[in-house]
Design a protein around this ligand. Structure first.
Ligand code: AMP
Length: 411
């Protein structure tokens, strides 16, 4: 089914055509008619499914022409995501006279004040800075007709829900609300009850499953060999661009340093870096100046980074949803991607949690000719020892049961 049949305005359709989209994605097919019909919508679809256009296109169609506003407000958990969504909307709206403004912290107020004063139709914002503007009186929300709470579970994780509530309270009750969230924990359920009217849920595919095009594998290794394994993986894999995820900012800096010393072109993305450094890192990675981007979860959440050929989890994520989010960076659109997770004995319970979450076993593989210090990682489970998921991978029979107590040194 073509975009033309969804009921979008002619100018929005032209924007879609110029963006090069030929067919709506499943979430667009389901959500666009609902938003156009004035329904509140809960969307549960992972990033990379086209959810930005799913809410942006019908909102642009309904807004039509520039008018006093803002009439649409989109809340995002991170600055990068806000910037990315604003860029996408700006693109879709290029054949309209609608104006979009992005509002986030870490930068001066000047440009945001100017744009808000000049009058804008759509504000894409992170909660903290938007509240500052509300308190300073540089923005009002009394004309908002469309409210989008994007990545609601992330906003919850980051402690933004009280701010989100304050912001929603400043919007008119008569409005349309859309909420996107990969998971619906109880706090989000409460928010839905409170902020939405008779919402329709649009669930695309299995809520929890990572993109089908991604091949994922786990590399078990001893803690002391993690960085060696990473270097070997990068040396052997034919990649275009790699995202390496670390658990901590400090870890991300350390790994970036290691990769730089080994002649990789590396950028780092984490929340201790200034806004300018973060933008510079992202731009450089997108433009291909950096082949590796080392990031923490918070910094990389939901970012649309095109053509990532590989994702490496240097650290196993502690929340299973983060695994899906991380893997969402690869296998986007038609590209296929590979996802490698480096796992130590201590990570076993987190890996099992991930496998339960995505209802799928992830094969354990051994990097051929890597000088593993502990071969016990790949031995048969002994009776009475924890059971893993057996599987035959590349001719090596591997198991998820780890018995480091019995680990032997090779040679
Ligand atoms: P999102 O899930 O909104 O972050 O979108 C992920 C990627 O898919 C972005 O690069 C979009 O430009 C792209 N995209 C969104 N909708 C479509 C579509 N209908 N056809 C092709 N690509 C799309």
């Amino acid at each position: 089914m073509a975009f033309a049949k969804l009921g979008l305005s002619p100018a929005t359709l032209e924007g879609v055509r110029a963006a090069g989209y030929t067919e709506p994605t499943p979430i667009q097919l389901r959500a666009i008619p609902l938003v156009l019909a004035g329904r509140d919508v809960i969307g549960s679809a992972q990033t990379g499914t086209g959810k930005t256009a799913a809410f942006a296109l019908p909102i642009l169609s309904k807004l039509g022409q520039h008018a006093p506003g803002p009439r649409a407000l989109i809340l995002e958990p991170t600055r990068e995501l806000a910037a990315q969504v604003e860029t996408a909307i700006h693109d879709y709206a290029r054949f309209t006279n609608l104006k979009t403004t992005v509002v986030f912290g870490g930068v001066g107020y000047g440009r945001q004040n100017d744009e808000l004063r000049a009058g804008t139709d759509i504000v894409v914002a992170t909660p903290g800075r938007l509240l500052d503007h509300l308190e300073r009186g540089t923005v009002r929300l009394d004309k908002v007709q469309f409210l989008v709470l994007d990545e609601a579970d992330r906003m919850l994780d980051m402690g933004f829900l009280p701010d989100v509530r304050k912001i929603v309270e400043r919007c008119p009750r008569q409005r349309h609300t859309a909420l996107f969230s990969a998971t619906i924990p109880p706090q989000i359920e409460t928010l839905i009850q409170w902020a939405m009217k008779n919402p329709e849920t649009v669930e695309i595919g299995a809520r929890r499953s990572p993109a089908e095009t991604v091949k994922h594998v786990i590399y078990p290794v001893a803690d002391s060999q993690k960085s060696d394994l990473l270097l070997q993986l990068l040396a052997r894999v034919n990649y275009n661009s790699v995202l390496v995820f670390c658990r901590t900012k400090h870890g991300a800096d350390r790994i970036a340093g290691l990769l730089k010393r080994n002649n990789h072109a590396v950028a780092v993305l984490h929340s201790n870096r200034t806004q300018r450094e973060r933008e510079q890192a992202l731009r450089g990675f997108r433009e291909g100046r950096y082949e590796v981007l080392v990031a923490t979860d918070i910094a990389a959440r939901g970012l649309d980074i095109a053509d990532v050929s590989h994702v490496v989890n240097y650290d196993v994520p502690q929340h299973p949803e983060d695994y899906v989010h991380r893997i969402g960076r690869t296998g986007r659109a038609e590209a296929t991607g590979d996802a490698f997770t480096i796992m130590t004995a201590e990570d076993a319970s987190h890996v099992f949690a991930i496998e339960r979450f995505i209802s799928r076993k992830i094969p354990r593989v051994k990097l051929e000719n890597f000088d593993y210090r502990y071969t016990a990682l790949f031995e048969e489970n002994k009776p009475g020892q924890p059971r893993g998921f057996p599987g035959k991978v590349r001719g090596v029979r591997v198991h998820g049961g780890y018995h480091f107590g019995m680990a032997r040194r090779r040679r």
